[in-house]
Design a protein around this ligand. Structure first.
Ligand SMILES: Cc1cc2nc3c(=O)[nH]c(=O)nc-3n(C[C@H](O)[C@H](O)[C@H](O)COP(=O)(O)O)c2cc1C
Length: 153
């Protein structure tokens, strides 16, 4: 089975919860690993030569979380084999603005190890910083997972 890594840097659990939903849906077809970047190093991912990478991005102070952006940049330095398929999603609590995710997009586009980035992107709004997600989020997440499966295939 092809290896897929799902990473997040969740503090309140919102990005982690969505990561787990995605992992649950992919685990029958792929060898899925999921973890917080607090628990792993870029080398842990690089040694697996993953086929796919899915990144959960929390929005902090109107920007993509810098810690996970740095993690991707460091992963790029230690990765020898290209990662064929890369996708990302975001959780946030304010009205969505495209520029929230600009930083992560830039980081992924700059990373030489990233081969193809999923053109579809998921953003999930939370009712407050600690969640839960707003009504309708489950359907949106489900749609994203279907898109993701087509993209990875
Ligand atoms: C310090 C801090 C700053 C935040 N800044 C923003 C922000 O600028 N825009 C926004 O939409 N949400 C903001 N949020 C909300 C988080 O993006 C949201 O709670 C997210 O789901 C957190 O992800 P996590 O549960 O995976 O940690 C902020 C949260 C914290 C704690």
């Amino acid at each position: 089975m092809k290896k897929i890594w799902i990473i997040h840097n969740s503090l309140h659990g919102n990005s982690e919860q969505i990561s787990r939903k995605i992992a649950e849906d992919l685990k029958n077809s792929y060898d899925v690993s999921l973890d917080s970047i607090k628990n792993i190093n870029p080398e842990d991912i690089a040694k697996d030569d993953p086929y796919g990478l899915i990144v959960g991005v929390r929005i902090l102070a109107f920007r993509s979380d810098n810690e996970i952006r740095s993690f991707i940049s460091n992963l790029d330095k230690v990765t020898n084999k290209p990662i064929s398929k890369v996708a990302y999603f975001s959780t946030h609590a304010l009205g969505w603005k495209k520029f929230f995710i600009k930083g992560m997009k830039k980081t992924l586009e700059k990373a030489e190890c990233v081969e193809e980035i999923c053109p579809e992107f998921l953003e999930v709004k939370m009712k407050g910083a600690e969640g839960p997600a707003v009504e309708g989020a489950d359907a949106k997440i489900g749609e994203f997972i279907s898109t993701l499966k087509n993209f990875i295939n």
